[in-house]
Ligand binder design. Structure first.
Ligand SMILES: *Cc1c(COP(=O)(O)O)cnc(C)c1O
Length: 362
């Protein structure tokens, strides 16, 4: 048997037909950029996230960079974020000229809120928590620290669309929330795309300016900015994806439950924190002899991924002045392994993965 980590080909004929219809409608009306489907998507996402506004952009990275620039964050400013995420999180801070300040995580892969205050300096402007693997950080604690010190909270929800905490949905926390809809993500486009949600109208207007060459309605450029628009074709296909998210999350949670039941005796399975509804963008375990396990599974036809092998502050770009110590992130990076958990996995495939992991440790 072969089990792919992700197989992005569209196998469901009904989904494929809906996508083709969506594409066909856009090709017929011809508004390929900032077209009506983008407006519709923005309205739908704002509503789903309990926000006044959403702005579609060209990627999750752009969503983060545009949000921070729209808040006036730039050179000389520091933004506190987690040590453990996809590198786009740190890069979005660095490319706007600000400095990422990395804080270690806890064993559940999320930023450790108890370490945030010690990282605050007079230059700190914002805290950027990442809802990593699809679970929401301790937002009550993070918001109260931010409030106390007068900092913005910008949520990196790239992996967590649809996740909730005490009834509040990802995309509703902080002054702005950012999503990626690249094809790997649970809320996916069929190419690059991203979204920002917010309540503040000025921030909304500023984000729209920054995604469109810094112009107000294409006439006057008021700030230098690149092109970060989402194309209408992606928006149209995302409207099709959007309807399927509840079912996808349900399937992923079922896969997670299945893995937890069968594997928690031999590996450390992800823990769902109280009040949280984890969407399992990744089902990341901590495994002894991780590299050997990964090779053993590969020989059995099972693809896994190490998300992520190097903590962000230890990447070359961020360790030029020496490596800061992030002991938990380092320990996690050395034993983390994401098992296949695409929502259309069959029970047979899930059991096969479990059998092989158990065989390895036996
Ligand atoms: C995917 C991802 C991003 C970047 O999104 P892109 O659309 O690939 O630019 C940012 N942060 C996190 C946590 C991500 O997983």
């Amino acid at each position: 048997m072969k089990v792919r980590y992700r197989n992005l080909s569209v196998k469901d004929p009904i989904l494929k037909a809906e996508l083709m219809d969506a594409v066909s409608r856009v090709l017929d009306h011809g508004y390929l950029l900032l077209g009506p489907e983008l407006d519709e998507l923005e309205r739908a996402v704002a509503k789903a996230c309990n926000r006044k506004f959403a702005v579609g952009v060209s990627s999750g990275s752009e969503a983060l960079a545009i949000s921070m620039r729209a808040l006036g964050i730039g050179p000389g400013d520091e933004v506190i974020t987690t040590a453990f995420s996809w590198i786009a999180t740190a890069n979005s801070i660095a490319v706007i000229g600000a400095t990422p300040v990395f804080v270690d995580i806890t064993e559940n892969y999320l930023i450790d809120p108890d370490l945030i205050e010690a990282a605050i300096t007079p230059n700190t402007k914002a805290i950027l928590p990442v809802q990593y693997t699809g679970q929401i950080c301790d937002m009550d604690k993070i918001q109260s620290i931010a409030q106390k010190h007068g900092l913005f909270v910008i949520e990196d929800g790239a992996q967590a669309y649809g996740a909730t905490q005490n009834g509040k949905v990802c995309g509703s926390f902080g002054v702005a929330s950012c999503f990626s809809a690249n094809p790997m993500k649970v809320f996916n486009a069929y190419g690059e795309a991203g979204l920002i949600t917010m309540d503040d109208e000025k921030l909304y207007e500023q984000a729209k300016i920054l995604r469109y060459a810094g112009t107000v309605n294409k006439t006057d450029c008021i700030v230098p900015a690149l092109n970060g628009r989402m194309d209408t074709l992606q928006a149209a296909m995302m409207l099709v994806s959007l309807k399927r998210i509840p079912q996808k999350i349900e399937n992923r949670r079922r896969i997670a439950e299945h893995y937890r039941e069968r594997l928690s005796a031999v590996v450390s399975c992800p823990v769902e924190l109280p009040g949280n509804n984890h969407i399992y963008y990744a089902y990341s375990i901590l495994a002894e002899k991780r590299d050997e396990l990964q090779k053993f599974l590969a020989d059995k036809g099972i693809e896994t991924q190490i998300l992520h092998p190097v903590p962000m502050p230890h990447q070359t770009a961020y360790s030029k002045d020496g490596k800061i110590s992030v002991p938990v992130a380092e320990r996690v990076a050395a034993s983390i392994l994401a098992l296949p958990n695409q929502e259309d996995m069959t029970d047979e495939e899930i059991n096969y993965v479990c059998d092989c992991v158990l065989e390895f440790y036996a």
